[in-house]
Design a binder for this molecule. Sequence first.
Ligand code: NDP
Ligand code: 8X3
Length: 254
Amino acid sequence: MNAQQDQLPLSGRRAVVTGASSGIGRATARALAAAGANVHLVARRKERLLELVEELGACASCSAADVRDAEAVSEIFDGQSYDLVVANAGLGKGVAPLHEGDTDDWADMIDTNVKGVLHTARAALPALRAAGHGDLVLLGSVAGRQVYPGGNVYNASKHAVRAIYEALRLDEFGSGIRFTTVDPGLVETEFSLVRLGDQDAADRVYDGMTPLTPEDVADAIRYAVTRPPHVNIGEIVLWPTEQASTRDVHRNGH
Ligand code: NDP
Ligand code: 8X3
């Protein structure tokens, strides 16, 4: 992308990316930093964050924090003037039908994907409101638009992200803040390993098809947050070309 296309430059902007230790969050942190933003990285695995801080240099810093912990998230934003927040931390756990679901997995998904996003938005909004501008990007999913067998609670959590995005638009109407939900289909990251707990099973999710890369999603986020201030890209749905719906994936030419 050249500077003319980036109509709201990222240089001078102060960003927070949650879930920056892997996948989409890590790619987004790299993309924002490469375009000139100062990026604060958040996730639980501190050693991964420190590696990324070292890679990105002076424009990066980090906090090891769990987004399920409201107080820990508040502390990250206390007294800071961030104007770009990507609430990306999230996970799937299991693909069991509802009646066989593990309630600990449910709590993990709901506490991270729903309450974690709420904690992040609540903590971020005072600074964004005070600035009178800024971006809050939420990582939803096509799973927040279409359900699929075994998706039950993960689907519910991502439908909740979409409801939170819509609620924020209404509650913050007139504040100058832009809200974006980014809803990808299959992206090859650590997501399936975390969800299925087995690398072979995780690899089969992407077998015989070309999934999105984390960089594809980061590029969409970078596009949204660099539009001119009067333009709010509200909803971005990205599918792999070989995925027609959450249930239809073209594999090995079939
Ligand atoms: P990854 O597993 O690669 O990355 C998930 C990130 O979230 C990690 O950095 C992880 O860090 C962080 N995270 C998880 N739980 C917590 C927590 N409690 N507190 C802080 N950070 C946490 O997966 P993706 O990059 O694919 O996932 C990113 C987002 O994109 C998620 O919200 C996911 O639902 C969504 N998504 C993914 C798709 C896919 O196909 N991969 C498609 C659509 C949406 P750590 O473990 O160090 O805390
Ligand atoms: C992750 C993508 O299709 O596995 O949100 O739900 S999917």
